[in-house]
Design a protein around this ligand. Structure first.
Ligand code: ADP
Ligand code: MG
Length: 339
């Protein structure tokens, strides 16, 4: 397309960025900001989609046996292509309903562990949703841009993105990923560990939402100035009856330790792979942490203790990737040019 035609096309279309996360999907409309933020969940009964996003999450664990909640990207790979496509289409249509004569041009941030086939599937899904052009960007790159790291400069920056299904660690310089590692250990793994702990230590059966609630309310990665406690309701495994127990932040921290060690090792291994010419940048500038997992209490203290580097938690860790897609669109007019 000529430059002139491209300009005309731009008047009739518009650009959006999507953070296709394992736990949450966000949509950013250029010049407007984040317009949609919903869980990456689809409720299905048989082959039929019953609900997507917030509505679907509300159904989890409270639905009749025939309705199952699916998280199509749960472990950072696409578990079910058709369901993933339905979800992406729903979010695109919801965010973009009747906005312009033509469909949007879409930049999608995806977990870096997916295969070529899965990348293609994401592109196809976006096209089926009416997109007139689709480009992909790796999640850690988008996160680095979103938190304001100097990604285009010849300076080494390190980003750690702790999502629901995965933790992505990357070193970025000159608009490229120098080294990255994706670990299937994120917020979900912490929740599962809490579920198992409640059963082993208190004989209490709790669902995934309660486990996440415990993590958010009293979870921590490092001793706290003031330790916390909360009441947890569940069902006694022996009697099957409702029961309430008090849990303390110390015991939850102990339970989370092994999973947090996996995250710490991923960070340390990535540091070991850092090219020597960028290492001094990392030592001066430290590590930025994004993704919902960055909100775990004491995480910065744990990472600092284990790496000796300065650690910064992103201002709004849950929005970093979506903000990054938006900023990338804003700063690069040629994102959708044909190669
Ligand atoms: P993804 O990019 O995989 O969609 P997100 O970046 O949206 O993931 O993060 C979701 C994860 O963050 C979930 O596991 C959620 O439990 C966790 N999370 C959200 N808030 C907190 C908090 N305050 N403390 C600890 N974990 C949190
Ligand atoms: Mg994410």
């Amino acid at each position: 397309m000529s430059r002139f035609l491209k300009k005309i096309a731009g008047w009739f279309s518009y650009d959006i960025g999507i953070d296709l996360g394992t736990a949450n999907t966000l949509v950013y409309i250029k010049d407007q900001g984040i317009v949609l933020r919903e869980p990456s969940v689809v409720a299905m009964s048989g082959e039929r989609v019953r609900a997507v996003g917030e509505d679907a999450k509300r159904m989890v664990g409270r639905t009749p046996g025939s309705v199952v909640a699916i998280r199509p990207l749960k472990d950072g790979v696409i578990a079910d292509l058709n369901v993933a496509e339905e979800m992406l289409k729903y979010f695109i249509q919801k965010a973009c309903a009747r906005r312009s004569l033509r469909g949007p041009r879409i930049l999608i941030a995806h977990p870096s562990g997916i295969t070529e086939v899965e990348r293609r599937a994401i592109e196809d899904s976006a096209e089926h949703s009416g997109a007139i052009a689709v480009r992909l960007i790796e999640e850690p790159m988008a996160a680095a841009i979103g938190v304001g790291l100097p990604y285009t400069e010849p300076i080494g920056s390190m980003i750690v993105d702790i999502g629901g299904g995965t933790t992505e660690v990357a070193i970025i310089s000159l608009s490229g990923i120098v080294y990255s590692q994706s670990e299937k250990c994120g917020g979900d793994a912490l929740d599962d560990t809490i579920t198992r702990h409640m059963l082993a230590a208190h004989n209490l059966l709790v669902g995934p939402r309660t486990a996440e609630d415990i993590k958010i309310r009293v979870g921590s990665a490092h001793p706290l100035q003031q330790e916390l406690q909360m009441e947890v309701k569940g069902r006694d495994r022996g009697t099957g009856l409702p029961k309430t127990v008090t849990v303390r932040s110390e015991e939850i921290r102990e339970a989370l330790k092994d999973k947090l060690d996996v995250i710490v090792s991923a960070v340390r291994q990535t540091l070991d792979h850092c090219p020597p010419e960028l290492a001094s940048d990392l030592y001066d500038r430290g590590i930025v942490v994004a993704g919902g997992g960055a909100l775990l209490r004491g995480l910065a203290d744990l990472l600092h203790e284990q790496t000796s580097l300065p650690i910064t938690i992103a201002d709004d860790p849950l929005s970093a990737v979506a903000e990054g897609t938006g900023k990338f669109l804003q700063e690069n007019d040629d994102v959708f040019d044909e190669e």
